[in-house]
Write a protein that binds this ligand. Structure first.
Ligand code: GDP
Ligand code: MG
Length: 713
C-alpha cells in the first residue's frame, strides 16, 4: 500500500467520557477482540487501544481514562487532556450517559473548549426512554458543534451510525455548524485577554528564534485555553509554559488577575469559572431536554421550572420590573427630598450673602448655572442608587439570565435571540457599555440590529428626567406605572425596529446560541455594594465633569448676548427676565425650533432643553433648571417641579418623557456606535432614525391626547 494513501485512511479516535457512561462497552463494540493493553508513559494509568477496519479506513481507538472534568486534580484528567492536546487525535469520541445528560455535558463542554473535533455518543438511549427523558438531538448537535448519535452499548445499537459519524468528522465531510463558545462574563473575559497577551507575545518570539522547539502545552493548543487554565490556578499548565521568562511574565499577570477577581466575587476564580461552565451546561440542557422527570429535580430545577416557565416566566419578569420602579419611587422619595432642600438651602444661602451688586454675572453663574444645573442632576442620586441596587440584585442572584432565557422566545419572533437581550439589559444602565456588550453576538447582522436599537432601552440618564416630571404631573399611586410604561414602550419600539431591520437590511436567520444559566445564588453584600458604587460613582463623576461643563456653557448661552437696557424700560421684573432670556442665544435657538416642536406640544424652552440633552441626557433637567431659574425674578425660585406644574400639563409632561426616551441617543452613544460599527454612516442612521421615530410618535400621542382631551387638566 502506498504510504500517502495509507496515512490518509488511518484515523485516530480518542474515546472519552465520564466514568460509567459506557465508554468501555462502546469501545468493545467498536473494536471487538482487537485490543491491546498498555500504560501511559511514566504513569500507572492503564490504556487500551483497538483497531477497526472499516471499508478503506483503519480506525485506531484509544480508550482514555474516564473523567468528569479536565482540570488537573487527578492523574486521569491530566492523562486524558494531555493525550488530546499532544497526540492531536483526528476525532474525540465523547461517550455521554444520556440519562444523566446535564452532569455529563460538563466534560463535553471542556472538550469543546479544547477545540477538539468531536462526535457525541448519546449512550444509554434505552435508559433515557425508560426514565422519560426526551432530547432534541438536532439542537444538541448544533449547540455542541458536533454530530450526536444515540446508542445502546449493551445491545450494540447505533454502532454503525457512530462509526460513520466518526469517519465523516475525520474526513472533514461533516458540516460543522457554527457553535457558540462559552462566555465567562465581562470581568473574567477581560482578565483572560490580559493573560493571553503575554502568552502570544512570548510564543511568537520563541517560534521565530527556535522553530517549533518544545512540546509545551502552549505550543500545542490555543492561548485562550491556556489562559483559562492559568486563571483556574492549574499548576500543571503553568509548569509547562515554555521557559522561565514567560513563566515569570505570565504568572505575574495571572496573580494580579486572580486577586482582582477574588476581590470582585469573593470567591476563587476557579469556582466562578466552574459555575460559568455549569451555567452553560444548564443552558444547553434546559434548551434541549424536552422533558425532565419530576423525581430528579433539585432546587435550581425547581426554581427554573417556575421562573423560566413558558406561561409564567414573562409575567413574573414583568412584575419584578414593576417592583423595581416602585422601589425607586417610594424608597427614593425621602432622601431625594433631603438633597433637594439641601441644594435649595445652599442656593438661598449664597443668594442672601452675595449681594446682587457684587459681580452679578458670577453670582448668577454660581446660583443659576452651577447649582441650578448640577444640583438639579444630583438630586436624583438616591434613585440611581436604588435602580442599580435592584438591577444588581437581579443580576447577581442569577435571575437576569433567566430573564434573557424567557425573552428568547419573544426575540426569536423578531429574528434575534435571547442573547441579544443581555446587552439590552445592560442598556438599562447605560447604552455605552450595552453597545460594547453586543460583541458577545458573533453574527454581524445580529450584532448591528441589537446595537442600533439598543439606545431605546431606557438608560439611567433618563431617570432624572422621569423623576423630575412624573411627580410633577402624576398622582403618587400612578407614578411607578407611568415610569413602567415608558420602559415598556422603549422595549416594544426596540422590538418593532429590530423586526423591521431584520426583515430588510439585516435579513437572515439568527446564529445558534447557548444561553448560560448559572446556578442561583445569594449574592455577596460586597459584590452588590461594589456594583452599586461603580454605577453611582460614574453618575457623580459625570455630574462633576460633563454636566458641570455644559451647565456653564448653557448658562452662558442663556445669559448672553445681553439685552440692551432701553428695551427693558417699563417692563416688570418678571417680564424683563423673560425678555432677556428671549434675547439670548438660547432664546434665539429656541424660537427657531418652536414651530418644529409645536406639534409635540413643546414650547421653545423645552426645545432648548432637548437640544441641551444631546451631550448627556441629564442635561435636560439641568437646562430646564437654568432656564426657569433665570426666568424667575430675583432668584427666589420655587422648586422646579412646581414651576413645571404651573406652565405645562400632564400630556406635555408625558410627551417630553416619551420624546427623551425615543429620540437622539446622547453624544457618547453616537461615538460608541461609530466606533463599534466602524462607520459614521451607521451612527448617523441610528441618530436620525431614532429622532424621526421619536418625533412621529410624540406628535401622534400629543395630537391624540388633545383630540380625546386626555391629560390636559
Ligand atoms: P465506563 O466506566 O465508561 O467504561 O462504562 P462501562 O462500559 O464499564 O459501563 C458501565 C455500565 O453501564 C456497565 O454495567 C454497562 O453494562 C452499562 N451500559 C453500558 N452501555 C449501556 C447502555 O447503552 N444501556 C444500558 N442500560 N447500560 C449500559
Ligand atoms: Mg471503562
Amino acid at each position: 500500500m502506498n504510504t500517502q494513501s495509507h496515512l490518509k485512511q488511518t484515523i485516530t479516535v480518542a474515546v472519552t467520557g465520564n466514568p460509567n457512561s459506557g465508554k468501555t462497552t462502546i469501545f468493545n463494540c467498536l473494536t471487538g477482540a482487537n485490543q491491546k493493553v498498555g500504560n501511559y508513559g511514566g504513569v500507572t494509568v492503564e490504556t487500551k487501544e483497538g483497531i477497526l477496519q472499516h471499508g478503506q479506513y483503519t480506525i485506531r481507538f484509544v480508550d482514555l481514562p474516564g473523567t468528569y472534568s479536565l482540570t488537573a486534580y487527578s492523574i486521569e484528567e491530566i492523562v486524558a487532556r494531555n493525550f488530546i492536546i499532544r497526540e492531536q487525535p483526528d476525532v474525540v469520541l465523547n461517550v455521554v450517559d444520556g440519562s444523566n445528560l446535564e452532569r455529563n455535558l460538563y466534560l463535553t463542554t471542556q472538550l469543546k473548549e479544547l477545540g477538539a473535533a468531536m462526535v457525541i455518543d448519546l449512550n444509554m438511549a434505552d435508559e433515557m426512554k425508560k426514565k422519560g427523558v426526551d432530547v432534541d438531538l438536532a439542537l444538541l448537535s448544533q449547540d455542541l458543534g458536533a454530530p450526536v448519535v444515540p446508542t445502546v452499548g449493551t445491545r450494540k445499537r447505533g454502532i454503525r451510525q457512530l462509526i460513520e459519524a466518526v469517519i465523516e468528522v475525520a474526513t472533514g465531510k461533516w458540516d460543522r455548524p457554527q457553535s457558540p463558545p462559552i462566555h465567562y462574563g465581562r470581568e473574567i473575559e477581560t482578565e483572560l485577554e490580559k493573560i493571553t497577551h503575554p502568552i502570544i507575545e512570548r510564543r511568537d518570539a520563541l517560534q521565530n528564534s527556535r522553530a517549533g522547539l518544545d512540546n509545551s502545552l502552549c505550543m500545542a493548543t490555543s492561548p485562550h485555553w491556556v489562559a483559562i487554565k492559568l486563571l483556574e490556578n492549574d499548576k500543571e499548565v503553568l509548569r509547562s509554559l515554555h521557559d522561565s521568562r514567560t513563566r515569570r511574565a505570565v504568572s505575574e499577570q495571572v496573580e494580579r488577575s486572580r486577586k482582582r477577581l477574588t476581590e470582585m466575587f469573593g470567591e476563587d476564580p476557579e469556582t466562578i469559572i466552574a459555575e460559568q461552565r455549569y451555567g452553560y451546561v444548564r443552558g444547553v440542557s434546559l434548551a434541549v431536554i424536552r422533558q425532565t422527570p419530576q423525581s430528579r429535580m433539585n432546587l435550581t430545577d425547581k426554581f427554573d421550572k417556575v421562573l423560566t416557565n413558558r406561561v409564567l416566566g414573562l409575567p413574573i419578569f414583568a412584575v419584578l420590573m414593576y417592583l423595581t420602579f416602585w422601589l425607586v419611587f417610594t424608597v427614593g422619595e425621602a432622601p431625594m427630598g433631603w438633597i433637594e432642600s439641601a441644594i435649595e438651602g445652599l442656593a438661598d444661602l449664597i443668594g442672601r450673602h452675595w449681594s446682587d451688586a457684587y459681580v452679578p454675572a458670577l453670582r448668577s453663574l454660581v446660583i443659576d448655572g452651577i447649582i441650578g444645573g448640577v444640583g438639579g442632576v444630583l438630586v436624583f442620586v438616591p434613585n440611581i442608587v436604588l435602580l442599580f441596587a435592584a438591577i444588581t440584585l437581579l443580576e447577581d442572584t442569577g435571575y437576569m439570565s433567566r430573564a434573557a432565557f424567557i425573552m428568547d422566545r419573544l426575540m426569536k419572533w423578531v429574528g434575534l435571540h435571547g442573547k441579544s437581550f443581555i446587552p439590552m439589559l445592560t442598556g438599562f444602565g447605560c447604552s455605552v457599555p450595552g453597545i460594547m456588550g453586543t460583541r458577545i453576538l458573533d453574527n454581524r447582522r445580529d450584532r448591528f440590529t441589537t446595537l442600533l436599537v439598543l439606545p431605546l432601552m431606557s438608560c439611567g440618564a433618563r431617570l432624572p428626567i422621569y423623576m423630575l416630571i412624573i411627580p410633577a404631573f402624576f398622582a403618587p399611586d400612578r407614578q411607578a406605572m407611568v415610569m413602567y410604561s415608558l420602559y415598556i414602550i422603549g422595549i416594544v419600539v426596540a422590538v418593532i425596529c429590530a423586526k423591521l431591520l431584520r426583515s430588510t437590511i439585516f435579513r437572515g436567520s439568527p446564529s445558534p446560541f447557548v444561553m448560560e444559566l448559572p446556578p442561583y445564588r445569594i449574592p455577596t453584600l460586597r459584590a452588590v455594594l461594589i456594583h452599586i458604587w461603580q454605577r453611582t460613582w460614574l453618575y457623580l463623576r459625570k455630574a462633576g465633569t460633563i454636566i458641570l461643563a455644559f451647565s456653564v456653557i448653557m448658562w452662558a448661552l442663556a445669559v448672553f448676548p445681553q439685552v440692551p437696557a432701553e428695551q427693558l424700560e417699563g417692563l416688570s421684573g418678571e417680564q424683563a427676565q423673560e425678555a432677556a432670556l428671549r434675547y439670548s442665544f438660547t432664546g434665539r435657538l429656541g424660537r427657531c425650533l418652536a414651530p418644529v416642536i409645536k406639534p409635540m406640544g413643546f414650547d421653545w424652552k423645552i426645545g432648548t432643553a432637548l437640544v441641551g440633552a444631546f451631550p448627556a441626557k441629564e442635561l435636560f433637567v439641568a437646562q430646564m433648571g437654568i432656564v426657569y431659574s433665570l426666568g424667575e425674578a430675583d432668584g427666589q425660585s420655587p422648586a422646579l417641579r412646581d414651576t413645571l406644574k404651573k406652565h405645562y400639563n400632564p400630556l406635555i409632561g408625558f410627551c417630553i418623557m416619551l420624546f427623551c426616551l425615543l429620540s437622539t441617543p446622547c453624544m457618547a452613544t453616537v461615538a460608541i456606535t461609530r466606533r463599534e460599527t466602524g462607520s459614521w454612516l451607521w451612527a448617523l442612521f441610528q441618530f436620525g432614525g431614532l429622532t424621526l421615530i421619536a418625533y412621529v410618535l410624540t406628535v401622534i400621542v400629543y395630537q391624540t391626547g388633545i383630540l380625546l382631551n386626555i391629560g390636559l387638566g
